[in-house]
Design a protein around this ligand. Structure first.
Ligand code: FPP
Length: 236
């Protein structure tokens, strides 16, 4: 059954992989790949708006990315701060609500302040929600949700899937219909483990800085071909 309402995904999640290789191909330091990656995020936000996709989640920094060389980690932090000051007004004007999902502990004060400001500036925007997963890990999310459910005094018999979902970092968002990973690897890498239970996966060889309208349209075309049954059977 092709569900007309779902011919456009309600939520796309993206693992933006391949920045380092993109830079290497150009004999540039990895940082320049991440910098070009920010431009690809901005392009993709616009492309999603143009196609009526209401929610986008991008994996900007994983719980595991701390293992990268210190200069790359600090470069990424600085880049995100710079991207916020450069693009936030444009995002706001486009009607984008920005939400940060991830562990804010252990991040610098400047970054935390920038996240808070971006979230309050854009809180009432409705055109597209951009979730920036930062210092995020799927397992971290499940554990923090369990901790918060326990702290809230939820009784074991009351802990249903939907109640548990209210404690996940992405609470309030629909689960991603479409999960895209660029960069040629075929894995989830501890992204939205709980939320991707029924997502459609599209893996692309395109390096993230090269991602744009054409690659998004290819992923959307693949998505439309999928027969989504959510564990049920296909109607005759
Ligand atoms: C993976 O490529 C990419 C990252 C770890 C960082 C992605 C972050 C951005 C594009 C910045 C986003 C900023 C905002 C404000 C949303 P890689 O370095 O693993 O590439 P490689 O596999 O080629 O080495």
């Amino acid at each position: 059954m092709v569900d007309a309402e779902r011919s456009v995904p309600r939520h796309i999640a993206i693992v933006m992989d391949g920045n380092g290789r993109w830079a290497k191909k150009r004999f540039l330091p990895r940082f320049f790949g991440h910098k070009a990656g920010v431009d690809a995020v901005v392009r993709t936000v616009q492309a999603c708006i143009d196609r009526g996709v209401p929610e986008l989640t991008v994996f900007a920094f994983s719980s595991e990315n701390w293992r990268r060389p210190a200069d790359e980690v600090s470069g990424l932090m600085g880049l995100v701060l710079a991207a916020m000051s450069r693009y936030m007004a444009r995002m706001h004007a486009l009607g984008v609500r920005v939400r940060i999902v991830g562990d804010r502990q252990g991040l610098g004060d400047k970054l935390r302040k920038a996240w808070d400001e971006a979230e309050s500036l854009t809180a009432h925007n409705t055109r597209l929600t951009l979730n920036v997963a930062f210092n995020y890990g799927g397992r971290w999310d499940v554990v923090q949700a369990a901790r918060r459910a326990l702290a809230a005094g939820v009784q074991p018999e009351d802990l249903t899937e939907s109640r548990f979902g209210e404690f996940m970092a992405t609470a309030g968002s629909p689960d991603p219909d479409l999960f895209i990973r660029t960069g040629g690897e075929v894995r989830i890498s501890n992204f939205l483990l709980w939320q991707v239970a029924y997502s459609e996966f599209v893996f692309s060889d395109c390096l993230w800085p090269e991602f744009g309208e054409a690659q998004l349209d290819a992923a959307l075309a693949a998505y439309r071909q999928r027969d989504r049954r959510f564990g049920g059977v296909k109607e005759a």
